[in-house]
Design a protein around this ligand. Structure first.
Ligand SMILES: Nc1ncnc2c1ncn2[C@@H]1O[C@H](COP(=O)(O)OP(=O)(O)O)[C@@H](O)[C@H]1O
Ligand SMILES: [Mg+2]
Length: 306
């Protein structure tokens, strides 16, 4: 069974897509079979890997979610032998609305992965999901299908803003839809060593979240922002860059956390979902978001209400 990891944070511009593409590529460089699922309608992960969305108008993640196309028919090769991608589609923004009417709409991606697991043919060691910047139905599908979520946090003034809300939503999903869901960790992104604020954020986040935070901090590095326009993960664009090296280090940490035996996994400290963090800003919003979606066809599914 693959390790399925959702890269999520409802804030935009924090480094989700950069992390999804380059972590997936770096894990693939360790000869793990990796699938990257682009669940953001913007499709930056797809284009960042050199996929032209126009080439796959009938078979992409949109058709997997809406038409229940088997995901194996929507998987394409990349410049790395061990990395495949299931690309996004502009129509995906409409999928969020179309899915509202659909039966078992929060289970579409989970069902797709289960079918992939059962079917003959390609099997993956790791599946990474690049989530959109919202807590809507697409992210709900990702967190319902995943075993783990990884949160990129930008080394910025409001780095932790909204984090309590995200963790609370993840906890609701864990209690209701997906008992297997665990936090894999927090990765700090766009670190600028010349900037005091950046250093303060690292200190504060590490003191708050302890070993949940990956040791690897991703620096601000121009190669990371240039490589998508060349349709390549950074390790195929400039392997010696600090951006490339840091994602390779992060990949090692992720593999260690997931494959390094029970001890390493224990260290992940899922207990980080502390009351302290959550109640800080116990938000109405995610509950409303989930309620807005309305009751589901599938009986017995509750969003964390005992
Ligand atoms: N470590 C980094 N160094 C330099 N630029 C980065 C870095 N991480 C992300 N960026 C740039 O910041 C912008 C937002 O990053 P992105 O990964 O798309 O965020 P998100 O997916 O969370 O919206 C992009 O233009 C990206 O190229
Ligand atoms: Mg993105």
């Amino acid at each position: 069974m693959a390790n399925i990891i959702a890269i999520a944070n409802q804030k935009g511009g924090v480094g989700k897509t950069t992390t999804a593409v380059n972590l997936a590529a770096s894990v693939a460089a360790a000869e793990k079979k990796v699938l990257l699922v682009d669940l953001d309608p913007q499709g930056n992960a797809s284009s960042g890997l050199g996929l032209d969305k126009a080439l796959f108008p009938d078979k992409n993640i949109y058709h997997v979610l809406i038409d229940e196309l088997p995901i194996r028919e929507a998987i394409y090769p990349t410049g790395l032998e061990f990395l495949k991608v299931c690309p996004s589609d502009n129509n995906l923004s409409g999928a969020e609305i179309e899915l509202v009417q659909a039966i078992a709409r929060e289970l579409r991606l989970k069902n797709a992965f289960e079918e992939l697991e059962r079917s003959e043919g390609i099997k993956f060691d790791y599946i990474f999901i690049d989530c959109p910047p919202s807590l809507g139905l697409l992210t709900l599908n990702a967190l319902t299908a995943a075993n783990y979520y990884l949160i990129p946090l930008q080394c910025e003034y409001y780095a932790m803003e909204g984090l309590g809300q995200f963790l609370h939503t993840a906890e609701l999903i864990r209690k209701g839809l997906n008992k297997k869901l665990q936090q894999l960790g927090i990765v700090l992104t766009m670190f600028d060593s010349r900037n005091n604020l950046s250093r303060q954020v690292v200190t504060e986040v590490k003191s708050h979240f302890k070993s949940t935070v990956f040791d690897t901090v991703i620096p601000r590095n121009v190669k990371l922002s240039e490589s998508p326009s060349h349709g390549k993960p950074v390790l195929l664009y400039d392997i010696s860059s600090t951006g490339s090296q840091s994602y390779l280090n992060l990949a090692q940490e992720v593999i260690r956390r997931l494959e390094g035996g029970d001890k390493a996994v224990e260290k992940i400290e899922t207990k980080i979902l502390t009351e302290e963090v959550i109640s800080d800003e116990l938000p109405e919003i995610p509950i409303e978001v989930l309620n807005d979606i309305g009751p589901t066809e599938k009986k017995g599914v509750e969003y964390g209400n005992p």
